[in-house]
Write a protein that binds this ligand. Structure first.
Ligand code: GDP
Ligand code: GDP
Length: 498
């Protein structure tokens, strides 16, 4: 469906935003004059500022513009090659330019060779192709037929342009329009596997091997402001709990500039950490409505709101559980499941435990403390060990138990494990497990954490072997046990490598 501006997938495996700007892969835009290089460059960097290197040579200003491109989930450095183009098309050898372009080429991972789809492939385009092959042998080059917005698959104009583009010898071309944005999703789909491969091979996402006692990089991510949501049905004690948390010198201040104002209710400091309280007022009322009718837009929006939180605290009422013999109502089940599906950290608080004290309540007390963790496990079987804290918000110290658990969950959620350590672990784990027969043993080439928040891993499978659901469960369980990741959603994805 070329030509439609398709939606970019929202959840991606590799978080390009976590890569340092100087380490981003570099993509060079090449092509003869007027094919639309600047137009594509500008579209890719959008409003971001471009850095311009001015290299005046022989009275001609040759410049290479560099900017950070954002395309769907992808981020990369993009270079617009006015200087190279001039040299390539004129055939003149300007030593300074050659030197400069040599520098650029050696640091570039990919080239986009632009042609004008309406003109087809001209001799000058072939020259640019030849120049690239000579000066950057082996560089992955993608032919981009620009200005394709008015060409039509039906009358064959696009097909014939594509046919011509093969003459450049760089494989399948893609068609787009830098001016209208048509076909950018296809560019995304073409670039994605190439850039992801580069990121993985160069280990740009996973941290370098760090000493086990040096967790500075893990630390940094955990120091990012924690977005916390406290949810529960009316009267379970959310406000009371929140007031205890915010007591003393922890001053309640308004949202910081730059944050979406409607989603943050308060900012506070807890033991040197900044915590944003995500506003969830009205969420439950809307969820109740939803139980009756179809989901409206506003419900969807408020759900999205809640799911911005890193850690979700779900408050239950101990007295109610004791009276009704049911830990979770429908709405609470919905919240717990959603939180886990969305990869949030979940902490369950059972409040008003003071009402179940005393000898006469012993049985009730015991049954509540046993039933709640069991029921959570049934509700979200995919995450074992979701923490449950029993408190009384009316009494002092409850906030400490709650916040300690919140922070513990958040730190696990942020954890990053170095690739070398993971692969040593994998080796041990695989030998610990016995498969029915040798052939059934999955062949994992290597294993790496692609992102934190929540921890997400990729198993690179060699050849045609695949991890079965049982294998995935086994690996997830082992990861959680060995790295103390219980209670948070951990994801393992698999990829095939040759
Ligand atoms: P460069 O010399 O390769 O950097 O080309 P420019 O980006 O300056 O574009 C040359 C001309 O082509 C300008 O007039 C642009 O407006 C036009 N142009 C660029 N992209 C497109 C496109 O996708 N469709 C059409 N119709 N015109 C385009
Ligand atoms: P919210 O609607 O969830 O914000 O609930 P509130 O914080 O307003 O509390 C509802 C009622 O429960 C109030 O009367 C509180 O005093 C009471 N409450 C809250 N926490 C506790 C607790 O730990 N023990 C007891 N016994 N009552 C509590």
């Amino acid at each position: 469906d070329r030509g439609k501006e398709a939606k970019y997938p929202t959840r991606e495996m590799i978080d390009f935003t976590q890569i340092h700007i100087n380490k981003l892969p570099r993509v060079l835009i090449m092509g003869r004059p007027n094919v639309g290089k600047s137009a594509l460059f500008n579209r890719l960097i959008r409003r971001r500022e471009a850095l311009v290197y001015n290299t005046p040579t022989d009275h001609v200003t040759r410049d290479i513009r560099e900017g950070v491109a954002k395309l769907g989930n992808l981020r990369f450095k993009v270079l617009d090659s006015a200087g190279i183009e001039a040299e390539a098309s004129s055939g003149s050898v300007l030593s300074r330019t050659a030197e400069m372009t040599g520098n650029v080429l050696s640091k570039t991972q990919l080239a986009l060779l632009l042609v004008d789809a309406r003109d087809g492939v001209l001799p000058m385009d072939l020259d640019v192709g030849k120049w690239l092959r000579k000066n950057a042998p082996g560089m992955k080059t993608i032919v981009v037929m620009n200005k394709a917005e008015s060409l039509d698959d039906c009358d064959g104009t696009l097909a014939s342009a594509a046919g011509e583009a093969y003459r450049l010898g760089f494989g399948d071309p893609i068609a787009l329009s830098a001016e209208t944005g048509l076909g950018m999703a296809e560019l995304h789909e073409t670039l994605r596997p190439l850039l992801e491969e580069y990121v993985l091979q160069n280990n740009l996402c996973a941290d370098e091997e760090v000493q086990d006692n040096d967790s500075s990089s893990e630390h940094m991510e955990c120091k990012l402001p924690l977005q916390l949501a406290i949810v529960g049905r009316p009267n379970v004690g959310k406000s009371t709990l929140l007031n205890t948390i915010l007591q003393e010198d922890r001053v309640l201040v308004g949202p910081e500039a730059g944050l979406t104002r409607d989603s943050i209710r308060a900012e506070f400091q807890y033991e040197g950490r900044t915590i944003y309280l995500v506003d969830t007022a009205g969420w439950l009322e809307r969820t109740k409505q939803q139980e009756k009718g179809p989901a409206s837009l506003s419900i969807m929006q408020s759900r999205k709101h809640l799911m911005r939180a890193h850690v979700i605290v779900l408050v239950l009422d101990a007295e109610e559980i004791a009276n009704t013999r049911r830990s979770m109502k429908h709405v609470e089940v919905v919240i717990a499941r959603r939180a886990v599906e969305e990869g949030r950290g979940l902490v369950v608080i059972v409040n008003k435990m003071d009402l179940l004290r005393g000898k006469e309540n012993y049985k009730l007390y015991k049954s509540v403390t046993e039933a709640v963790p069991q029921e959570i496990q049934t509700v979200v079987p995919q995450v074992t060990g979701i923490p449950v804290v029993f408190v009384s918000a009316l009494e002092g110290k409850s906030q400490i138990a709650v916040m300690n658990q919140v922070i513990e969950t958040y730190e696990k959620w942020c954890l990053r494990l170095p690739t070398a350590r993971l692969n040593r672990w994998l080796c041990k784990v695989m030998s610990r497990h016995s498969w029915k027969d040798q052939a059934a043993q999955p062949k994992i080439k290597y294993f790496t954490q692609v992102k934190a928040r929540p921890p997400t891993f990729i198993a690179f499978m060699s050849g045609k072997t695949q991890l079965s659901d049982t294998d995935l469960r086994f690996l997830t369980r082992s990861l959680k046990e060995d790295f103390d990741l219980g209670g948070i959603p951990v994801r393992i994805l698999q990829r095939t490598v040759e």
